[in-house]
Design a protein around this ligand. Structure first.
Ligand SMILES: [Mg+2]
Length: 215
């Protein structure tokens, strides 16, 4: 039986859209220079931790502007995103179909607090029956993923061709890689092995011939 390894950001959840809306809301709450400071702190954290970390960004924002009257509102703008509204069309139906073909798991990049909360709130923890793994750099944890979900064949679905190439390099013919060309990484060039399958939207997995999943 195959195991489907699904990415989250820009694969199941339109994270570019989430970020645009958070940006717009913060701009409506605080002055332009403070809003822009928020995003420079976000980048600073990302550079230091190597991963996006909103809780840490919020902590640093609060420290930078201890007298900002809208701090709690900024927290809410980031922490209370209704992620289920940002699922790509038919994302949950796709997961249901994949369950008829094998086991489904989410393997996502992110911090250990915000990202699991996002996944749960989007309805993806339920849809994947609790099969959720979050790493700061998931490409370094493939062996762990294999131990947790042993299978003869893996299908990795992701918007980042570079991550698919890493999986292909490690697993070779034991993996089918599917590139979902959604979000701002969709056109990023990748010198590694090309994806086995390319689709324009996650909903295309509803009609993909099961033989295309390989294995
Ligand atoms: Mg992604």
């Amino acid at each position: 039986m195959a195991v489907f390894l699904l990415d989250v950001d820009n694969t199941l959840v339109d994270n570019d859209h989430v970020k645009r809306d958070i940006r717009r809301e913060i701009e409506s709450l605080v002055s332009a220079d403070r809003a822009s400071r928020f995003w420079s702190l976000y980048e600073e954290v990302r550079e230091q931790a190597g991963v996006v970390d909103f809780p840490e960004t919020l902590r640093r924002f609060r420290r930078a502007f201890p007298n900002e009257p809208r701090t709690e509102d900024v927290d809410r703008a980031v922490l209370d995103v209704p992620f289920a509204r940002y699922l790509y069309p038919r994302a949950i139906d796709v997961i249901a179909r994949l369950w008829t073909l094998g086991e489904v798991a989410i393997v996502s990049d992110g911090d250990r607090i915000y990202q699991p909360a996002k996944i749960a709130r989007a309805g993806l923890l339920l849809a994947t029956r609790g099969n959720v793994l979050v790493y700061e750099h998931k490409e370094d944890h493939l062996a762990e993923v294999e131990r947790r979900f042993p299978a003869r064949h893996y299908v990795h679905v992701d918007d980042k061709a570079s991550l698919l190439a890493r999986t292909k390099a490690a697993l070779g013919a034991r993996a089918t890689t599917i590139h979902v060309r959604q979000g701002h990484y969709a056109t990023e060039p990748e010198p590694g092995p090309p994806p086995d399958v390319g689709i324009d939207r996650i909903a295309d997995l509803l009609t993909l011939d099961p033989r295309q999943f390989g294995g």
